[in-house]
Ligand binder design. Structure first.
Ligand code: SF4
Length: 240
């Protein structure tokens, strides 16, 4: 497996203190990506680790004492489903050994469906309510719909995340369509709004890639408008 970053965080990508494993490769190309070095499966950063499944399981096992306060391990990326075959085995290990698992996914990769039954905490991006806009980022709307339905019908609580980007998905029409999309979903879920930031900008430059985002910060007023539209529709909005 190719891992371009590991670290710990507390209560950000799932509950408690968690080992966060960033897997290389992504099927999408979001121009605001904060981990551009993890997007390409072929352009692997020189400090990335190439580990066998058994070595990843050992890494997780050795981190177990740090998984306090109900923590566990979170797989993110890139898009973790790009390495679905190996990740399936690692998730199986975690399930067999009582280690809590979360996956942070763009929900648009067909490999996700096979992983979801083994994941305790699904964290899924919802970048736009519109199919064409999703396609413009490289995402497949049909795959996303299937993955949303699959995970919601499993009875698990899904944490949806919306990267909120001025000029991409913060118009009144976007907000109305987001509320319509979430309002039509059946099952247990929360929505978190993640206003645009520039944390990844220097990494794009370091990776030799052009950072094309300009004027993408969302106003506090627009964030409030979106939050209140979701709440008015009875949708649970959280902040981690
Ligand atoms: S889906 Fe996530 S990892 Fe992939 S390009 Fe978009 S922001 Fe980056």
């Amino acid at each position: 497996m190719i891992i371009f970053q590991t670290g710990f965080n507390f209560s950000q990508d799932g509950p408690g203190n968690r080992l966060v494993i960033h897997l290389q490769g992504c099927n999408m190309r979001c121009p605001w990506c904060s981990n551009p070095e993890g997007m390409d499966s072929n352009l692997v950063p020189s400090d990335a680790k190439k580990l066998k499944v058994v070595e990843v399981c050992s890494l997780i096992e050795s981190a177990r004492p740090m998984m306090f306060s109900g923590g566990g391990v979170t797989f993110t990326g890139g898009e973790p489903s790009v390495q679905a075959d190996e990740l399936f085995q690692v998730l199986g290990y975690c399930r067999d050994h009582g280690i809590d698992t979360a996956i942070e996914s763009n929900a648009c990769h067909p490999g996700l469906a096979g992983l979801l039954p083994l994941v305790d905490r699904p964290i899924l991006d919802c970048k736009t309510p519109f199919d064409e806009k999703l396609r413009s980022l490289g995402g497949d709307p049909d795959t996303r719909r299937k993955n949303f339905d699959l995970v919601l019908s499993s009875g698990k609580t899904v944490a949806f995340r919306v990267p909120f980007i001025h000029g991409f998905n913060d118009s009144d029409a976007d907000i109305t369509a987001f509320v319509g999309l979430f309002g039509a979903l059946a099952g247990s879920f929360t929505v978190e709004i993640l206003p645009y930031h520039e944390y990844g900008k220097s990494k794009w430059e370091k990776s030799g890639l052009e950072y094309k985002m300009t004027d993408a910060f969302v106003s506090a007023h627009t964030v409030e408008k979106f939050t209140s539209a979701l709440k008015t529709a009875g949708i649970s909005v959280i902040k981690t």
